[in-house]
Design a protein around this ligand. Structure first.
Ligand SMILES: [Fe+2]
Ligand SMILES: [Fe+2]
Length: 338
């Protein structure tokens, strides 16, 4: 079954399949547990515990919102791209993020949460998006740094999600990850080009990396000790690695890339620990993280205001699309009545 099939058959729609014998909740729970234990997929029509469904809606919605809000910091530079080539790359990348948001809203709809309802929750602040997108983009080097570090962190987060237990989410992630890897490469290639340029361009890259390093580390969420939902999400197979494991993987992956690039990661505590086989590093400022998540980051208000305005400006498109769908529907009925 593809993501599209899943979207075509939301849970509350009747499907032409033999109906199983009624079974009690304990039996349903046992079947669900067996699917999870086998590392198999849970599909939209399967019974699932209410808390599993709610956790997925929260996580997938937050992910979808991040893709959509994440278009803003880079979208800010589209009209000021330094060349036609850079503009074409950036446009393609930002459009990909819109597509990621849409796959994810569709995955959420298979759980019974409508896109209208989720958008409402985003603009009212009831649902969150990744804290990283509340930081400003101050130079064109930020386009490169976001691709390298932010999309790089997204890849670390999302590759394990291709094996997540909920089918539509995992399948959406497979496609998303292929595109994220292009995003990461275009960012790295941009930075590499700037590093081969003038002293001023090199300084611009370093300044950008200095600003984005710590917020990028925060993208994996709070330390495991302060992440109460992690254990349950892992038991359900929604998450496959803890926040700290993913953060470590990201640091280990990024250090050699920084060396090749010739930039310094702004952490004097970043050293190879031969015994652990990993890099030691300093934790980001978790107070700042909490502040940003609560809405007090440098761009929170601006991002939401922009999203709300875009949603309101788009009302006529939604109305026109619904009117068109109603007309098509009426015409189809007319034909079938003969
Ligand atoms: Fe994305
Ligand atoms: Fe991306």
């Amino acid at each position: 079954m593809t993501v599209e099939d899943a979207v075509d058959h939301p849970v509350d729609q009747p499907v032409d399949e033999p109906v199983d014998e009624p079974v009690d909740e304990a039996e349903l729970q046992a079947r669900f547990d067996a699917v999870i234990a086998r590392h198999d997929r849970v599909e939209p029509r399967d019974w699932m515990p209410e808390r599993y469904r709610a956790t997925l809606v929260r996580q997938i919605a937050q992910h979808a919102h991040s893709e959509i809000i994440g278009m803003q910091p880079e979208g800010n530079w589209i009209t000021r791209a330094p060349s036609l080539r850079r503009k074409a790359i950036l446009l393609a990348k930002v459009q990909d993020e819109a597509g990621h948001g849409l796959y994810l809203y569709s995955a959420c709809e298979t759980l019974g949460a409508s896109r209208t309802e989720l958008t409402e929750k985003l603009v009212s602040g009831a649902q969150k998006y990744s804290s990283i997108f509340n930081y400003p983009t101050l130079s064109y080097a930020d386009v490169g740094t976001i691709g390298w570090l932010v999309d790089g962190a997204a890849i670390c987060n999302q590759v394990p999600l291709c094996r997540t237990s909920y089918g539509p989410y995992g399948r959406a992630m497979i496609r998303v990850c292929k595109e994220e890897s292009f995003h990461q490469r275009q960012g790295y290639e941009l930075l590499m080009t700037m590093m081969r340029g003038t002293d001023e361009q090199r300084a611009m890259v370093q300044e950008s990396v200095d600003r984005f390093w710590w917020p990028a580390l925060m993208m994996f969420g709070p330390p495991d000790a302060d992440s109460p939902n992690t254990a349950q999400s892992m038991a359900w197979g929604i998450k496959r690695d803890t926040n700290d494991e993913l953060r470590q993987k990201f640091v280990d992956m990024t250090v050699p890339q920084a060396e090749r690039l010739g930039v310094t990661l702004p952490d004097p505590g970043l050293v190879w620990d031969a015994e652990r086989g990993h890099h030691d590093f300093t934790q980001p400022d978790w107070e700042e993280f909490l502040e940003v998540v609560k809405g007090g980051g440098p761009c929170n208000a601006e991002r939401i205001a922009h999203r709300r305005a875009a949603h309101e400006d788009g009302a006529w498109v939604r109305e026109a699309a619904s009117a068109f769908a109603r007309r098509q529907d009426a015409a189809a009925r007319e034909v079938s009545r003969g």
